[in-house]
Design a protein around this ligand. Sequence first.
Ligand SMILES: [Mn+2]
Length: 335
Amino acid sequence: MLISEYERKIVRKICDEIIKHDRFFLTTHQVPDGDGLGCELAFSIVLRKLGKQAIIVNEMLPSAIYSFLPGYSDILPIEKYPEIKLIPDAAIIFDCSNKERIGRPLSFIPESVAIINIDHHQGNTQFGHINWVCENCSSVGEMCFFILEELNCVDKEVAECLYVAILTDTGSFRHHFDTRTIRIAERLLSTGINPESIADHIYNSYPVSTLKLLGHALVSLQYDMDLHIAWTVLDEQMLMETGAFEQDAEIIVDMLRSIGNVDFVFLVKERKNEIKFSLRSKKGFNVRLIAEKFGGGGHDGAAGFSMTGITLTDAIEKFLRYLKKHQSKRQVENG
Ligand SMILES: [Mn+2]
């Protein structure tokens, strides 16, 4: 398997650290996706097999589409965490470019704990005691494969979790992957996991509430021919009416990517006093550069930012004004 000298060393270092500790706290960014969740589950299976304790705590529960994954039911709602008397001696943070992205679980990580930061976002703040940031990697799942392989622990259950991480972060092998990603996927498949059934779970198992929310998103769909963008809006009422979860909005913005002849798509979501923008690029367009202008971040292909103290309509107006003003510059930056 293709692995650089640097990667070999950092993988070894992370494995040594894992062997040293006994009680692990595993977490990812606030709205867990297939990548963060797949890595958490893969590690929790492996750590338990190694006779260690592991606990997964996230700001929000992951979408139910992942409920077929091994260990999913062990994930603790954050409210229950204080009841568990596990004082961790190590924390592994997956897929987070900075500590703040973890949300509330961050407050459960004692100062003295060894933090292992495994991520593939640009601009990672290297907040861990050990940091492995691979911007070119398709997913953190791809990185975790090397660690768990080094520990000799990639069995069928672990492979299923890692495959889901890679599958979802590449949009079913449509973006941000290379030949190494495919080779790892091949290794994972060789354990006997079933890619058809996994795809069915992930892409054909949405709750009715998600599709109802998609209905709202499609009714509100806007398109600007000059700016080459499409966007839609989900307000709090729509989320409440449909009973959909906030996590579902991420699924919907990914679906918007299927619109043709646009540079990027975005979804604007209202949550309490915050207006959140999720951007998805098309044709290699870089949305991270735009998100950063508004204090956000992410990947070149998927990024986000939020605004506070502003109404939903004004926030969109402000963003569109910015896009119009910088349209020619945008074309230059993005080639
Ligand atoms: Mn990721």
